[in-house]
Design a protein. Structure first.
Length: 425
């Protein structure tokens, strides 16, 4: 039987081929029985074949190992010399100062990639805080790390929004917790105000807070209604009105509106009564006495006159004469010095008179000792001795036409800080 064997590698083939399929060597025909083909030759060929196969396996191993080393070197260079990966390593290590200094070495693509990472991080911080994976303090620390890792002068667009969301979540949770404490302690209005601060950023808490507020509205409205009713019955109309308005802010029930109308009417009547009381207290009527720390002052009356006369006119006397186009309204008092010392009688302040729509601020003050025929002007230095009693005149000059009209004439002034009112006409 004839077969073919490769003289180079010793590969033995079944088919008649011109070249060895193993090593590509040209094939020669060999007869097993041929005297030239000896066992030594065959052994030599087999050894050659085995050695070649071993070399081939060794070469493949070296190629594979070399390839792995080359790939590892490429990966090392790409990973450890890449700007983005340097940033990630520094960020994870908290080296924000190094990150800040490195931005000058980065191109726009690097910065864009870094900012995309930071944006994802800030969203992750917000979501983790919302889902109770991190505390508020941890969230604040992480946010600071993010902002410290940004390039100077370049804003991270999502940072402000996420930081604001975290604050809203934090404040909402605090408000809800505080509201619950108030509610449990029966401080319903404080609870209501705290529930109002719960924002919709936390859906679950917001819905719970809204439900609690609806419950509290009825409670608070009834509390304020009962308080307003008690105050109304006690004629404290102003505070009753305040309470009923609070009740209506929670519930506009018809009975609350009815009580409000009663409170308004009561308050209006009370104000009118107080105004009349104050008016009567200020009103000058003949015989009214005004007492100060130094004087007893008795109001005698007021009249139109063209002459203001002294107490005695039986002989020669001095008086005040009004011009022909004018007329005096003369207010007369008796004043007694009740102190132990001489006292200044220039005590009329803030004088004002009105005639119709006209206003007058000037007046003249004079005095006359009892039994005297002299009317003297009062100056800032005019004094009377202890226990002395004098006639005291306050004169305001008006147009003469006033005696022929029905227009009102009112006069106000202060004595020792207390307002006096004369409704002359």
């Amino acid at each position: 039987m004839k077969k073919f064997r490769c003289v180079k590698c010793g590969y033995e083939m079944r088919k008649n081929l011109k070249f060895c399929p193993e090593c590509g060597q040209k094939i020669e025909e060999i007869d097993k029985m041929d005297e030239l083909y000896t066992d030594d030759k065959e052994n030599k060929a087999e050894k050659t074949y085995k050695f070649s196969a071993m070399l081939k396996r060794i070469n493949i191993k070296f190629v594979i190992i070399g390839g792995i080393v080359l790939i590892a070197a490429i990966v090392f260079i790409c990973v450890f010399n890449n700007n983005y990966n340097k940033f990630i390593r520094n960020y994870n290590a908290g080296k924000t100062d190094v990150i800040k200094e490195s931005y000058d070495k980065y191109d726009d693509k690097d910065i864009e990639k870094i900012y995309k990472y930071l944006s994802a991080e800030v969203h992750s911080i917000r979501d983790d805080y919302y889902n109770d994976k991190i505390s508020y303090e941890d969230a604040q620390n992480e946010l600071k790390k993010i902002i410290d890792s940004c390039k100077s002068g370049k804003t991270l667009p999502d940072y402000a929004t996420c930081k604001s969301d975290i604050e809203k979540i934090h404040n909402t949770r605090n408000a809800f917790q505080k509201a619950q404490e108030y509610y449990n302690n029966g401080k319903y209005e404080n609870a209501y105000d705290s529930y109002k601060k719960v924002e919709s950023i936390d859906d679950k808490l917001y819905e719970n807070a809204q439900s609690k507020m609806e419950e509290l509205k009825s409670i608070l409205a009834e509390q304020y209604y009962n308080s307003a009713k008690d105050k109304y019955e006690g004629q404290a109309y102003s505070t009753a009105l305040t309470d009923i308005n609070k009740a209506i802010s929670y519930n506009s029930d018809e009975k609350y509106q009815e009580l409000k109308e009663k409170c308004q009417q009561g308050e209006s009547e009370a104000k009118a009564a107080k105004a009349e009381e104050d008016r009567q207290k200020k009103l000058l009527t003949p015989g009214k006495e005004i007492n100060t720390s130094r004087f007893n002052i008795e109001y005698v009356g007021a009249e139109f006159t063209s002459k203001i006369l002294p107490e005695r006119t039986s002989s020669a006397y001095s008086y005040w004469n009004c011009p022909n186009d004018s007329i005096y309204v003369d207010l007369k008092f008796y004043v007694t010095n009740t102190s132990d010392y001489s006292a200044n009688i220039d005590f009329v302040k803030n004088f004002s008179a009105s005639y119709g729509t006209k206003k007058y601020s000037g007046s003249s003050e004079g005095y006359c000792e009892l039994g005297s025929n002299s009317l003297d002007t009062i100056f800032s230095s005019t004094n009377i001795t202890p226990l002395k009693k004098v006639a005291y005149h306050i004169a305001v000059k008006l147009p003469y036409e006033v005696i022929n009209t029905n227009d009102s004439i009112t006069i106000t002034f202060k004595i020792d800080g207390e307002e006096q009112l004369l409704e002359f006409r």
